[in-house]
Structures are given as C-alpha cells and as structure tokens.
Design a protein around this ligand. Structure first.
Ligand code: NAP
Length: 247
C-alpha cells in the first residue's frame, strides 16, 4: 500500500486544495467529510479529482467535534489504507460576535469544532502513528489565534489552543518519529471570508503586504512541505501563510 493522508474538512475550500495537492504528491487520500451531505455536495468530487493523479481516494464521514466519531473514522481509514502517514486537521467553523454579545452556544460550538476536534483526531490517529513509529501531523490554526481578531473571541481562543496543543504533541510524539506542526493562514479567499462584511474584507486586504488574498493552494503548498521528507527536522512550529499581513 502507498502512503495515506487523511484531511478533515476536505469536501471544499482549503481542505479540498490540500487533499488534491497531496494526491499530486502521491498520497492515497482519505477525504474527511462532515456528513453524508458533504460527501454528496463536494467530497466525492474531490476524491475523483485526487484519483486523477493515479492514487486511491475515498470519503470518510465524521463530525470532528465528536470523540467517538473520530475514533471510528480513524479506524475506517486505517482499515482501508493500512495506516495514516499524514494527518491534516483542517475542519473548522466561525460564529463571530463581539465578546460581550457572544452567546454561550457560539462559544461552545466553535471550541468543539475547532479545538476539541484537533484533540480528538490527534488522540486517535496519534496512537496509530506511534505504533507505526512515523507520521506527520499538520493542524490548521489562524493568524487570529496568534494576534486575536475583533469579533472572534471564540475562534481565536480555539486557534490559539491549537498552537499550544501542537507544541505539546510535538514534544510527546517526537521520540516516535512523528512531526507535529501548524499552519496559520491569514486572509484566504473561501466561503469563510466571503461571509465577512465588505468593509472588514477591504480593511483586511489593504493590510496585506502582497496586496492580494491568499488562495487555498497557497495554504496547501505549505502543508505539503510540512508533511514531506524535506521537513523531516521541523516540528512544533507555526508556519504563517498570510502574504505579510501581520509582521
Ligand atoms: P470552509 O470553506 O468553511 O470549509 C470548512 C470545512 O470544514 C468544510 O468542509 C466543512 O464541512 C468542514 N467542517 C466544519 N465543521 C466540521 C465538523 N464539525 N466536522 C467535520 N467537518 C467540519 O473553511 P475554509 O476557509 O476552507 O477553512 C479551512 C480551515 O482553515 C479552517 O480550520 C479555518 O479556520 C482555517 N482558516 C481559514 C482562513 C480563511 O481565510 N479562509 C484563515 C485562517 C484559517 P461542511 O461544510 O460539510 O460542514
């Protein structure tokens, strides 16, 4: 069997670009999908695009906020592909509001989908990687987790949590030949940023040194590097992919 990469939230946007990029690099791809509807809306098309590179690809369904669904999905992927060489924790959501107006539900839902999910996936896939004595994990955080962002107390807390968890996992898993890194995108053109008010979008774009929004492929390229042999001696790091937005 070939190398396998499991990418969560791969039915569209950044996750889809990562899946396709890793397929191009020769990985068999487990396209992580939120629900059966995500498979139908995008996941199966992403898997088909991956297969064009001569690798195997299939969709696997789990709500990554759910511990036992992640355990089941990891087991299914290992059953199908023999192991997980690269895990990319990309799935995420936003539910923005100013801190003093944010509901408990907005806070809890984002923390579960964006932070607990990363624990869930590393907990289960990490165990398999330890047995295999090899693996590469990349967690998608955000510049909001490094510098904060108005209206995103929940999201920036979750994304900052990912940074701490990434470094801890790097320390715990390094002796087993497993690297754990994070990628922090800035302003990337996806439905997540399309949902922003026009004024906020304009201000964000104006602050980028390279004077353009990032593409999903910009993020995928960084992930592909971090899971590659070329990055074998890099672990516990946060690679910012923001076109020079925050320096
Ligand atoms: P997106 O277009 O909204 O896609 C998010 C993906 O995550 C979708 O496939 C979605 O599936 C999946 N997902 C959401 N909740 C899930 C759950 N509970 N279980 C499983 N899958 C779930 O977002 P994006 O812009 O590509 O963002 C991808 C990652 O990059 C996120 O972690 C985000 O925080 C991070 N990021 C994005 C930007 C940006 O500018 N876009 C900047 C910094 C960081 P469904 O649609 O089926 O729910």
């Amino acid at each position: 069997m070939g190398k396998c990469a499991l990418v969560t939230g791969a039915s569209r946007s950044i996750g889809a670009a990562i899946a396709i990029k890793l397929a191009r690099k020769g990985y068999d791809i487990a396209v992580g999908c939120h629900a059966q509807s995500s498979v139908e809306k995008g996941g199966e098309a992403v898997a088909a695009q991956c297969r064009e590179f001569g690798v195997e690809a299939a969709c696997f369904v789990a709500d990554v906020a759910d511990f036992s669904q992640c355990e089941r999905m990891v087991g299914e992927v290992v059953g199908r592909f023999g192991g997980i060489d690269a895990l990319v924790n990309n799935a995420g959501i936003t539910k923005d509001a100013l801190l003093v107006q944010m509901s408990e539900e907005q806070y809890d839902t984002v923390l579960a989908a964006d932070l607990k999910s990363v624990f869930n996936m590393m907990r289960h896939a990490g165990k398999r990687m330890i047995k295999a004595k090899h693996g590469a994990i990349v967690n998608i955080t955000s510049v909001a987790g490094l510098y904060g962002n108005r209206g995103q107390a929940n999201y920036s807390a979750a994304k900052a949590g990912i940074v701490g968890m990434t470094m801890t996992a790097a320390k715990e898993l390094g002796a087993r030949g497993i690297t754990v890194n994070a990628v922090a995108p800035g302003f990337i053109d996806t439905p997540m940023t399309e949902a922003m008010p026009e004024k906020v979008r304009e201000a964000a774009l104006a602050s980028i040194a390279l004077k353009r929004a990032g593409t999903c492929e910009d993020v995928a390229n960084a992930v592909a590097f971090l899971v590659s042999e070329e990055a074998a001696y890099i672990t516990g790091q946060v690679l910012v992919v923001d076109g020079g937005m925050i320096m």
